[in-house]
Ligand binder design. Structure first.
Ligand code: ZN
Length: 255
């Protein structure tokens, strides 16, 4: 019996709220099941995009990624997948990976186990319908996790993906602000890839969480996300970083 389910509901909700806030503030916390938070090499940077597909910007981001020979991972919202299935198909055709970001982007913290399952299943079916294969990766909206999300995700065969850096590209700030918020990626690469560094062989790399859409509506303006990537992609490349999908991020040479 899951001890969470036998608590008095008010107590359980209060405790879950505190713990889930902890889970969101500390995305690498493993309290609610094992998650993927980093890549397995300091050379590998996994760029991830949430809240699409977004016809207003995703095609431009795809061109930008192609230009820099970058592969990325897109955590998409089921209801938008149903509106733009061809765009999701194109993501895969161009070598990127598509993951589940729920059907309607609710805060899963407040949903009971059955509703969590429905949110995951609807998006799962939307993606499978668009690309002809089930997705393997899941990211919870707002990074919010509770004790029954991990079982719902693993039942569908998912691994849950968090991040090492979430610079806040949804905020109405100038692109320069966002660019400076993404500086830690370059700092980490410089430090870990320095010659003679122990990290260069044994270290891990970053998972960056950006947004090519908004869960509120299709066609959201994400020009600053695009501008920040235009600035950083060539600089990251010069530092020796490779831009990989989340599958490649955790793949070892043998597997
Ligand atoms: Zn989201």
């Amino acid at each position: 019996m899951n001890p969470w389910l036998i608590e008095a509901p008010a107590v359980a909700a209060a405790a879950a709220a505190g713990l889930t806030a902890y889970g969101a503030a500390y995305p690498r916390a493993q309290l609610f099941g094992k998650t993927v938070c980093r890549t397995n090499s300091p050379r590998k940077l996994a760029i991830t995009f949430d809240d699409g597909p977004n016809p207003a910007i995703t095609p431009r981001i795809l061109d930008l990624l192609d230009h820099h020979k970058a592969k990325a991972t897109f955590f998409v919202i089921g209801q938008f997948v149903r509106e733009c299935p061809d765009l999701v198909k194109e993501l895969v055709a161009r070598g990127h990976v598509v993951g589940n970001h729920t059907e309607l982007h609710p805060n899963l913290l407040w949903l009971n186990p059955t509703k969590v399952q429905v949110e995951l299943r609807l998006c799962h079916d939307a993606i499978a319908g668009a690309i002809g294969a089930p997705p393997k990766w899941f990211r919870p909206p707002y990074g919010m996790r509770n004790p029954w999300i991990a079982p719902a995700a693993s039942e569908l065969g998912y691994r849950t993906v968090m991040w090492t850096l979430i610079p806040g590209d949804w905020q109405e700030k100038p692109a320069e602000w966002l660019i400076s918020r993404m500086q830690p990626i370059a700092d980490n690469a410089r430090r870990k890839l320095a010659s003679g560094s122990r990290d260069a062989v044994h270290g891990t790399g970053d998972v960056l969480c950006l947004h090519d859409g908004s869960h509120r509506q299709l066609n959201a303006d994400r020009a600053r996300t695009q501008a920040a990537l235009e600035y950083w992609l060539p600089r990251w490349r010069d530092l020796g970083l490779e831009f990989v999908t989340i599958g490649e991020a955790v793949r070892t040479p043998e597997s």
